[in-house]
Write a protein that binds this ligand. Structure first.
Ligand code: OFO
Length: 173
């Protein structure tokens, strides 16, 4: 059984992960519309990963006999001035998700729910990877400047930068 506080906090996190998925889906679509095939492929995949994070929480809550509430999601932003701005937004969002995971972990400790605390360690590692990746991408963009050929290579290479570490071997929980 989950305490009401843990249940509410997990439902909040379900919302956060679903929001992330939609946010990155809208980014992927913008990138596709603007000719960045590699960036859009990366973001479509990222959006799928966030949906997986949401599902993993839904399944965990059901396993623990919690009451899952699938929320409505606000419409994500659908326009960007450029790819740099897009990745800066993505990074900001990942930092907010990391904070929200941290708060959730804190609630579990206060409620002495060590099972959920243990389950959430996967998310803690995942956020570490995702924040680092977003930061690496922004650093690369800053180094590139306006040179068109560098952008061509960036768009081609970004597909290989997908976060897979924490998702690997996690199974469909
Ligand atoms: Fe769900 O991992 Fe990022 O947000």
């Amino acid at each position: 059984m989950l305490t009401k506080r843990v249940e509410d906090a997990l439902n909040e996190q379900i919302k956060m992960e679903g929001l992330s998925s939609n946010f990155y889906l809208a980014m992927a679509s913008w990138a596709e519309q603007n000719g960045y095939a590699g960036v859009s492929g990366f973001l479509y995949k990222h959006s799928d990963e966030e949906r997986f994070h949401m599902l993993k929480l839904v399944k965990y809550m059901n396993e623990r006999d919690g009451k899952v509430v699938i929320p409505a999601f606000e419409q994500p932003r659908s326009n960007y001035n450029n790819v740099k701005e897009l990745f800066e937004e993505l990074y900001k969002h990942e930092v907010a998700v990391t904070q929200s995971i941290g708060e959730l972990v804190g609630v579990c400790l206060e409620e002495k729910d060590f099972t959920t605390h243990n389950f959430l360690q996967w998310y803690v590692s995942e956020q570490l990877e995702e924040e680092a990746l977003a930061k690496t991408i922004i650093d690369k963009i800053k180094l590139m400047g306006e040179d068109k050929s560098t952008w061509y290579h960036f768009d081609r290479d970004i597909m290989s930068l997908t976060v897979t570490s924490a998702a690997d071997g996690a199974g469909a929980a």
